[in-house]
Design a protein around this ligand. Structure first.
Ligand code: ADP
Ligand code: MG
Length: 452
């Protein structure tokens, strides 16, 4: 029988509908959006994928699921095979450096420790890490742009620089630019001042991979946003990869121009969450091995049980312990650890949290001034942030509703109660609110550590 008499395309479509119900939206976007039906033959279906990396990942992760669904629908086993087709410009795609690869000199703006090998994967970050890895192997193809978001100390900088380091080593003549949004802004301002706009444009529009860290910093910087918008378009049209990080989802970046926001939202958006106990343990275990220090597992355990916020705090606790052990030339026993980390564990910083800190953090988040929250104005743009700040104040401090009310424009305690109830009930109906509040709580704690 001739192969063109076989047509399983309808089965394929239906199979994808079933698979979609069983995987998360993130997985769907990541792995199935770029998988398409190519042709049918006597023994099965040929699928098109953008790269061999992609094919291997699909096989490893989803082949049993896909085959099972296909069997359910078609009534018999169909083999799946793959053909690799780069979307259009395959000839322009970066070529892997010839093996055996001589390591290039380190990239001047990337930290050498920030590599995938040192990035411990747990359920909190596996999706982001896999996406990052796929991007490093196939820049400018499937996930462009990519935006990684999450709270402080959860590994955004480590991950984005790992992408840079891996791609930089992987491909010949591959230009990587890494900047924080703050540096990008400052360079742009200097370029205008020194009439060097042209050099600035050249620098960022002629790269293969652009990494911009902490784009929440760009809020309210309208001219820099404008410049980035044009940089974005130039790189996007040339199929050059971009990866950004932000401390919150793009939808919560209130002071971005709509057109820049829509650019960030265009590609893949992935989040980093706080690690669970097992992942925290794995991370510290790895740090201990990298640093070649002698810290026992029971000590690592006690740190991981007590420090739950983020990886940066986890590392800080370990560093403190190592410094102590070095200084007094002692072994770190469980008792020593508990004694030395007493402060960290009981988290006294939380007791130092003032209403002003909360007001400052919340005001900054909503791009308001601290006085807006302390004032009388009741416009919607201020009333909601104020309610959130009051809610957080009640959650994080021991101040009474009367005291909180006084600090928020001399309001009555019933207003504070009402605000807290409103936020609580809104959290039930609006799933984005709770992560936002948690994010703010983290920032307040962080603010506390900076100022104490
Ligand atoms: P962020 O940019 O999100 O604030 P960083 O990337 O600076 O966070 O991470 C803080 C510290 O935690 C860094 O030293 C980083 O190496 C470490 N870290 C974060 N996530 C991981 C991880 N999954 N595995 C190993 N180390 C991690
Ligand atoms: Mg960072």
């Amino acid at each position: 029988m001739k192969s063109d008499t076989w047509d399983y395309s309808v089965f394929w479509k239906e199979t994808m509908n079933l698979v979609r119900q069983e995987v998360s939206e993130q997985e769907w976007v990541m792995w199935f959006n770029n998988l398409s039906y190519e042709s049918s033959g006597e023994s099965g279906i040929v699928l098109r994928v953008p790269s061999s990396f992609y094919r291997d990942q699909i096989k490893q992760r989803y082949l049993p699921l896909i085959e099972a669904k296909l069997r359910e629908l078609s009534g018999h086993s169909l083999a799946l095979s793959f053909t690799i087709a780069q979307p259009s410009k395959s000839d322009q795609a970066p070529r892997p450096a010839e093996a055996p690869k001589a390591r290039k000199r380190p990239h001047p703006n990337l930290k050498q420790d920030y590599v995938f090998d040192n990035f411990v994967i747990g359920e909190n970050n596996s999706f982001a890490a896999n996406a990052g890895y796929a991007i490093a192997k196939n820049p400018g193809t499937a996930y462009n742009p990519c935006l990684v978001y999450g709270g402080v100390g959860l590994g955004k900088t480590h991950l984005i620089q790992s992408i840079g380091n891996a791609a930089y080593q992987e491909f010949d003549n591959f230009k990587v630019a890494y900047v924080t949004a703050e540096t990008f802004t400052n360079e742009f301002i200097d370029a205008i001042r020194d009439k060097k706009n042209h050099q600035f444009k050249n620098k960022y529009r002629n790269v293969d991979l652009l990494l911009i860290d902490d784009i929440h910093f760009l809020q309210n910087k309208t001219e820099t946003q404008e410049e980035l918008f044009h940089t974005f378009n130039a790189l996007y049209d040339a199929n050059k990869q971009m990866v950004f990080t932000s401390d919150r989802p793009v939808s919560e970046l209130k002071h971005l121009t709509d057109r820049l926001r829509s650019r960030f939202e265009r590609g893949l958006n992935v989040d980093l969450k706080p690690p669970n106990y097992e992942t925290r343990f794995a991370i510290l275990k790895q740090k201990v091995e990298l640093k070649k220090v002698d810290i026992r597992d029971d000590v690592i355990e006690v740190i991981c049980r007590n420090v739950t916020t983020n990886v940066r705090d986890l590392e800080a606790a370990l560093t403190k312990l190592i410094a102590y052990a070095d200084l007094v030339n002692k072994n770190v026993t469980l008792e020593v650890a508990q004694e030395q980390l007493k402060d960290v564990f009981s988290n006294p910083k939380q007791n130092n949290i003032t209403l002003e800190m909360i007001q400052r953090v919340v005001a900054e988040y909503f791009a308001l001034s601290h006085n807006d929250l302390r004032g009388k104005k009741r416009t919607k743009g201020i009333a909601f942030p104020r309610q959130i700040a009051m809610y957080i104040a009640r959650e994080m401090t021991e101040y009474s509703t009367t005291e909180v009310g006084l600090e928020f424009g001399g309001r009555d305690h019933t207003t504070v109660m009402h605000a807290c109830q409103r936020i609580e009930s809104r959290m039930k109906s609006d799933p984005t609110l709770e992560p936002m509040v948690q994010n703010l709580v983290r920032s307040v704690k962080e603010y506390g550590t900076k100022t104490v």
